[in-house]
Write a protein that binds this ligand. Structure first.
Ligand code: PEP
Ligand code: MN
Length: 474
């Protein structure tokens, strides 16, 4: 009955959804045919070729001996929250670097991205009146899918940089050779990042009464920084009032927050090595991260990534552009979520505002007609990348436009806008143009630090949160 209700709230016709779920027996049969390494029988795109297979095997064996990074129970908590978002009772905020880099691992950077996510979450909760499910593209976002296997600069052709977990970004032949020991280094970076994130979330830093202290110094002078301080002061006033009424600031609700991690499940050796059987449910969980997604370039139905992900019990995402057919999306969801469990699948659309307006309605109709429950998330970054003065960049106005279109289309279709997925950082970078700070073409080279795609800086990210909050409220 609860499932019926969730389906009804997600805008799906309940009798149909219940009458025609994907065949359970067939689903179970398929799952029985799944094994932690069954993906090896399928075509695995975007995987590196290591020069020394024996050394690679030894590195993977070491990861298999390492403790899990996240726990199955946490993944189940997240899945329940994503089910709420599918039903319009929560909103998902996913954000962080396009690609994390080994050289960038330091406490201040992690804190700064974390606190912008906290700020955005307060804006969405207070301004939008909605609980926020926070997920960092952090502690694992190290592998990058590439459009081309090689890169040519000044007539020199080298293998593409595939993320720090695989090879080095420097443009020289040695750096670009895949090094299996990077797998272990990535694991260790994830462990220390996650340790700090857990500390921030439960050690008092994220306590709600500190809401006015999360502001970043360089933000105080900005328009959106001001807007945040105003809102934070109102939140603080409300808390003071509630404390006077008897609210205990020492309850976990006030003192702690839930923060989850996510990354693209791209490098399958690594994901397999961290997949473990949960002692409570006997299901396989990929313990590298709470949430994993299948990228636009690796979501083919007969590919290794889909095979791997269909068998792990974590909540998962699928990125889709206009290149997918609605029927293909429906098959993909049925394969990944044969029991139609709410919260299990997030569909992350990424195609640019104009294409979203044109294609999203057909995706929504197809999913609705098949009775599938999904959490719809908008990635307004990957369909809006362009090249200006030799820099890969994105315009804030296009990013906001895609979020606007996402809300508009869901409103028209009677479906639920469940969240946003952003590439962003707490640093004061100049990688995306526009926004309140009016970053211009000429500003791009001033603080362009990304290792892959351009990110929103703290002010731009906050501005977008204010916009999304205004749409949630209306
Ligand atoms: C990404 O999220 O960094 C990414 C590569 O996305 P997509 O698979 O949507 O291109
Ligand atoms: Mn990216």
């Amino acid at each position: 009955r609860r499932r019926c209700l969730a389906i009804a709230r997600a805008g799906v016709d309940p009798p149909r959804a219940v009458a025609a779920p994907p065949a359970t027996a067939a689903a179970e049969l398929r799952l029985r045919n799944w094994a932690i390494d069954s993906w090896r029988q399928y075509d695995a795109l975007q995987q590196p070729v290591y020069p020394d297979a024996e050394e690679h095997r030894r590195a993977v064996e070491e990861i298999k001996r390492m403790p899990p990074l996240v726990f199955a129970g946490e993944c189940r908590t997240l899945q329940a929250k994503l089910a709420q978002a599918a039903a319009g009772e929560a909103f998902v905020l996913q954000g962080g670097d396009c690609a994390e880099a080994f050289a960038d691992l330091n406490a201040n950077r992690i804190r700064d991205t974390y606190r912008v996510l906290l700020q955005m979450s307060v804006v969405l909760t207070f301004g939008g009146g909605m609980p926020v499910v926070k997920m960092g593209r952090m502690a694992g976002q190290f592998a990058k899918p590439r459009s081309a296997p090689t890169e040519t600069i000044d007539g020199v052709e080298l293998p593409s940089y595939r993320g720090d977990i695989i090879n080095g970004a420097a443009f020289d032949a040695k750096s670009r050779v895949p090094d299996p020991w990077r797998l272990l280094k990535a694991y260790n970076h994830c462990a220390s990042t996650l340790n700090l994130l857990r500390g921030f979330s439960s050690g008092g830093y994220a306590a709600l009464h500190r809401v006015t202290e999360w502001s970043l110094d360089f933000m105080r002078a900005t328009e959106n920084g001001h807007a945040y301080i105003d809102l934070a002061e109102r939140v603080k006033e409300a808390i003071t009032f509630m404390v006077a009424c008897g609210l205990d600031l020492n309850t976990p609700l006030m003192k702690e927050t839930d923060f989850f991690t996510c990354h693209e499940a791209l490098l399958l050796d690594y994901e397999e090595a961290l997949t473990r059987e949960d002692s409570t449910t006997s299901l396989a969980y990929d313990t590298s991260s709470h949430f994993l997604w299948c990228g636009e370039r690796t979501r083919n139905l007969d590919g290794a990534h889909v095979e791997f992900l269909r068998g792990v019990a974590n909540p998962i995402g699928v990125k889709v552009s206009n290149k997918a057919e609605p029927s293909e999306l429906v098959s993909l969801i049925a394969t990944l979520n044969p029991l139609n469990t709410p919260g299990r699948i997030a569909v992350v659309t990424r195609m640019g505002a104009d294409k979203l307006k044109k294609h999203l309605p057909a995706f929504i109709s197809a999913v609705k007609n098949s009775g599938q429950v999904v959490t719809w998330i908008c990635d307004p970054m990957h369909g809006n990348t362009e090249s200006v003065n030799g820099f890969k960049t994105r315009r804030f106005e296009n990013i906001q436009k895609e979020v606007e279109t996402f809300f508009d289309v869901h409103e028209t279709m009677g479906s639920t806008p469940g969240g946003i997925h952003l590439e962003m950082t707490g640093d004061n970078v100049t990688e995306c143009m526009g926004g309140g700070a009016q970053i211009s073409e000429d500003d791009l080279n001033s603080r362009y630090h990304t290792h892959c795609d351009p990110r929103l800086n703290a002010e731009q990210a906050l501005e977008l949160a204010f916009y999304a909050a205004s749409r949630l409220r209306s």
